[in-house]
Ligand binder design. Structure first.
Ligand SMILES: C[S@@+](CC[C@H](N)C(=O)[O-])C[C@H]1O[C@@H](n2cnc3c(N)ncnc32)[C@H](O)[C@@H]1O
Length: 269
């Protein structure tokens, strides 16, 4: 990919370019990411149909891609992008400079106090969304996050989490193989062109002097954890955890192979 020259572009243009490249890069790993985002946004719009100014929380929202997508479908909403990565949050902050509906919250979801951040503690939210992110949590931390969410949602509010929820190699071997092969085919097709891989995208960020300090903080925040994937959990684990957390309606609202959008609705008033 061509390098971004931050001397020729404004911080907003630089952030927009990196955000667009992020979306293309992520789509290389998630064949139907756009459908996943559309589904989440349309369901949020439905849940918020009678709400004058809906409040949305994007968990582990990175640059704010999903939050911004939801805001396109629900223009009267405001969204908080919660994440722990200083570099992704710096880009989200530059995007937020152009959109007063967007706000960031620097939080580590693996810490017990994450929901005390002022932007989050001012709940209730109408919808909490997440994409390609909660698999970064250890299973115990995921359960704790799910248990926190009903307290942050209004009655009848919704959680929507889109992520790869792996098939069990032992009990669902056929589809596990097909899903892995499909991912590999998608990545081969995408990255044979000029779309950034994960590493190339991060190099593009490193090429922007404005984000140097945030990248330095990034390596301090993540340390070795950045390279250690937690154990994978199944769809059943997510649904059981949501039910045990107190969500009264749970299920899958969209699926393509192991790519799912799971949801939970809190009890009505
Ligand atoms: C693949 S990115 C997805 C970002 C965004 N949701 C999207 O779909 O474009 C995974 C995100 O999870 C965030 N993340 C992982 N572990 C986290 C944690 N413990 N607390 C907060 N954010 C976390 C990362 O910083 C990163 O932004």
């Amino acid at each position: 990919m061509t390098e971004l020259s931050s001397t020729e572009t404004s911080p907003l243009d630089t952030a927009r370019s990196l955000a667009a490249r992020w979306d293309a890069q992520q789509t290389g790993y998630i064949r139907h990411r756009a459908q996943r985002f559309d589904t989440i946004a349309r369901v949020v719009a439905g849940v918020c149909v009678d709400v004058a100014e809906p409040r949305i929380l994007d968990l582990a929202g990175g640059t704010g891609a999903l939050a911004l997508h939801v805001l396109r479908h629900v223009p009267k909403a405001r969204a908080v992008v919660a994440d722990k990565d200083p570099a992704l949050l710096a880009i989200a902050d530059d995007l937020a400079a152009d959109d007063p509906r967007l706000q960031t919250a620097d939080v580590d979801l693996a810490r017990a106090d994450w929901s005390e951040h002022p932007a989050i503690a001012s709940a209730p939210f109408d919808a909490i969304v997440s994409s390609t992110a909660l698999h970064w949590l250890q299973p115990g931390d995921l359960v704790d996050v799910y248990r926190t969410l009903p307290g942050l949602l209004r009655p009848g509010g919704i959680l929507l989490n889109g992520d790869h929820l792996s098939y069990s190699a032992q009990h669902e071997g056929t589809l596990a193989r097909i899903a892995l092969a499909d991912d590999a085919a998608m990545q081969a097709q995408t990255f044979a062109g000029d779309t950034d891989t994960w590493d190339e995208w991060w190099q593009a960020v490193a090429d922007v002097p404005r984000y140097a300090a945030a990248l330095q903080r990034r390596s301090e925040v993540w340390g070795a954890e950045l390279h250690v994937a937690p154990p994978k959990v199944t769809l059943g684990f997510h649904l059981e955890s949501l039910q045990s957390a107190g969500f009264v309606e749970t299920g899958t609202v969209w699926q393509y192979l192991d790519d799912h959008v799971v949801y939970g609705v809190t009890a009505p008033r």
